[in-house]
Design a binder for this molecule. Structure first.
Ligand code: THU
Length: 162
């Protein structure tokens, strides 16, 4: 007999940066700094990411576009791949992401694209501990998700390959 199952998850919404704990505010601050180095001449949509690792190190990334559009890469993947390359095997605790447009005010929290969700999920599944997300626009509220898996339900991982 078919059963309906609901998949739901909680997020925490902060009205301003002041409500965050100091370390999270700092990480988002580093993402904002990283955002300034975005190379986004085509979309004019600048994204910054800061990845906090279990060893206390922070790696940053920003979106890097290309005249051949699909050759560019999102900020989140630049950051997490850099972290993986520099500190292989060190678990990721939190990723802070922020987006700002050169054309309009982004007032909603940055939402990682599907490809980035999949890329981050690989690390979360591998390390067997949740990767927390902090999402922010250029202004407005900040959203905290406890785990990447929450925003990629029924995600694909390497258990399907065995
Ligand atoms: N972008 C990111 O950097 N992260 C995302 O999760 C969504 C989109 C970038 C890619 C591209 O350079 C620009 O934003 C517009 O899509």
């Amino acid at each position: 007999m078919a059963k309906k199952k609901k998949i739901s998850f909680d997020i925490t919404v902060y009205d301003s940066l002041n409500e965050l704990k100091e370390s999270d505010r700092k990480l988002l601050g580093l993402a904002v700094e990283a955002r300034k180095n975005a190379y986004a001449p085509y979309s004019k949509f600048n994204v910054g990411a800061a990845v906090l690792l279990e060893n206390g190190e922070v790696e940053i990334g920003s979106n890097q576009e290309n005249a051949s559009y699909p050759s560019g890469l999102c900020a989140e993947r630049v950051a997490i791949f850099h972290a993986g390359a520099k500190f292989p095997g060190v678990p990721v605790k939190t990723i802070a992401i922020t987006a700002a447009s050169e054309d309009y005010e982004v007032t909603v929290p940055a939402a990682p694209c599907g490809n980035c969700r999949q890329a981050i999920f690989e690390y979360e599944f591998k390390q067997k501990s949740p990767i927390r997300l902090l999402l922010m626009g250029a202004s407005g509220s900040i959203v905290e998700c406890a785990s990447l898996e929450d925003i990629l339900p029924l995600g694909f991982n390497n258990t399907y390959l065995k």
